[in-house]
Design a binder for this molecule. Structure first.
Ligand SMILES: NCc1[nH]cc(CCC(=O)O)c1CC(=O)O
Length: 297
């Protein structure tokens, strides 16, 4: 019996995701036992500061990466969309094992979809990406910051602090709360964050044992899709600090990357197709096009 220590946040969603990865690893490597080690991140310690995605890179991941670098755990599981595009020293993303449905969902107090919320309804989201797209769909809404894990946000809606909130469908599904979704948004309405719904498993670059084990649960198709999305994000971050969204769809051996940037109350959208193995280039090219069209280059 050999042991692998897995570092994870302690939220219900993080633990559900960590168990998914642990189960896959144990199934792929008979005789392996995976032990979950919970680690509190800055985002877990501070539940009050309004959180703008992208404003605090590493808020949910850095403490776990540091434990990995110190050798306190052997692997780390993250929601890929929380992982900054800037890579830390000595760590690799050795598996992108599975992706849940990447779409965003609306949770509302009365069960009403977005179009049926009353004028001026209070909608919770701390994400500038979600806010920009919601404003285009419903300019009358009162969009307010919301913090806390998925269950907390649902509770704040139920208790009437908000009429509705937008959350990742992946989070609802993994918590067994899919029935809470009043609406699931199409990509043309609310394009997700790069990497949404996907998991990333990191280990130390020089840990051959962990790399070998993680290679067994890597999904190359998911990896290519999120590579396109993250290379888009990295190129946008180099050019501006505006909200961005991206999702890469698979069609056999080709990828179709949908992306948008929001700037000055305006959303600029585009899409681009290409062979899956050109994923990184596809992301960079689409970022360049959008930055130019948005007048940011
Ligand atoms: N930082 C929040 C966060 N990070 C990952 C998820 C959900 C799972 C995922 O998107 O992969 C969420 C919650 C949400 O966006 O509603």
């Amino acid at each position: 019996m050999t042991l692998l220590r897995l570092g994870t946040r302690g939220s219900q969603l993080a633990l559900a995701q960590a168990r998914l990865v642990a189960d896959r690893l144990e199934a792929a490597a008979p005789g392996l036992a995976v032990e979950l080690v919970t680690i509190a991140t800055a985002g877990d310690r501070d539940q009050a500061t309004p959180l703008a995605a992208g404003e605090r890179p590493g808020w949910f991941t850095t403490a776990i990466q540091e434990a990995l670098q110190r050798g306190e755990v052997d692997i780390a599981v993250h929601s890929l969309k929380d992982l900054p595009t800037r890579r830390p020293q000595g760590l690799v993303i050795a598996a992108v094992p599975l992706r849940e449905d990447p779409r965003d969902a609306l949770v509302s107090r009365t069960g009403a979809p977005l179009r049926s919320l009353p004028p001026g309804a209070v909608v919770g989201t701390g994400s500038p990406r979600r806010e920009a797209q919601l404003r285009e769909l419903r300019p009358d809404l009162d969009i307010r910051p919301i913090r806390g894990n998925v269950e907390t946000r649902i509770r704040k809606v139920r208790e009437g602090e908000y009429d509705a909130a937008v959350v990742a469908l992946a989070g609802l599904r993994r918590l067994g709360l899919e029935a809470e979704a009043a609406e699931i948004f199409g990509f043309e309405e609310l394009l997700p964050a790069p990497g949404q719904g996907a998991l990333a498993v990191e280990c130390r670059a020089d840990d051959a044992r962990a790399r070998g084990l993680l290679a067994r649960i890597d999904d190359p198709a998911v990896r290519l899709a999120v590579t396109a999305e993250r290379s888009f994000l990295a190129a946008i971050e180099g050019g501006c600090s505006f909200p961005a969204a991206a999702y890469a769809e698979h069609f056999g051996t080709t990828l179709k990357l949908h992306a948008l940037v929001a700037s000055g109350g305006r959303i600029v959208r585009s899409k681009m197709g290409g062979p899956a193995e050109t994923a990184a280039g596809l992301g960079r090219q689409l970022a360049e096009e959008l930055l130019q069209r948005a007048g940011l280059r």
